[in-house]
Design a protein around this ligand. Structure first.
Ligand SMILES: [Zn+2]
Length: 208
């Protein structure tokens, strides 16, 4: 494959992955009533060691979580986290979808609205796009597909060329170049590469 064809293939694969990125994340979103996959549930100190799964909305810090539920399956991460401080209850319910990185964040939050120190944005903000997932997913998936499609053949061609060179054959077509002085393969017209410096040194050593 020529360099231009390779570049085209790579760009097409990245573009396809880019087109599929957000729609796939949408298909992984769960409705509020849909049962969540079975996951982990941390309480007390085990929960308090964890961070809130997304940004909290106030300048005042939310208390450390006292209950932390987490579950995940392919392209889907789910958090349901509770905190409590002086009788005030805090809750954050987040789903992150997308693959390999999250690209959509659906976050619901609850807190004590009567407290003036907890003035903040409206709860239930709209779905947010995660920029890192939006940019990196197409690159990761596109490059991955490109390598899956091209690497096996590249490795095969590399070892075949090495084998042919060692046996004094054209690396393009395998035709025997014994006694050839034209500098080109008579079968396919490929220029014959000079032996690598290492090979020359080895040949030289062999004659001593
Ligand atoms: Zn040839």
């Amino acid at each position: 494959m020529t360099r231009r064809k390779r570049l085209t293939l790579l760009l097409v694969l990245v573009a396809l992955a880019g087109v599929a990125n957000v729609p796939f994340a949408v298909t992984r979103l769960h409705s509020r009533t849909q049962p969540k996959p079975r996951g982990e549930n941390y309480m007390g100190d085990d929960a308090a060691r964890r961070e809130w799964p997304a940004a909290t909305p106030h300048t005042r810090r939310w208390p450390a979580p006292h209950q932390f539920e987490y579950a995940h399956e392919f392209g889907f991460h789910y958090y349901n986290v509770f905190g409590e401080q002086s009788g005030q209850r805090f809750q954050m319910n987040v789903q992150l979808t997308g693959w390999p990185l999250p690209v959509l964040e659906d976050k619901k939050m609850w807190w004590d609205w009567s407290d003036p120190t907890l003035k903040g944005p409206e709860p239930d903000p709209a779905l947010r796009v995660v920029p890192s997932g939006l940019i990196l997913n197409p690159i990761i998936v596109g490059v991955g597909l490109y390598l899956i499609l091209t690497l096996p053949r590249d490795v095969f061609v590399f070892f075949r060329a090495r084998r042919r060179r060692k046996r004094g054959r054209c690396i393009g077509c395998g035709y025997s170049l014994t006694g050839n002085t034209s500098g080109r393969c008579p079968e396919c017209g490929r220029p014959i590469a000079a032996p690598a410096p290492d090979d020359r040194a080895a040949e030289h050593a062999a004659f001593q």
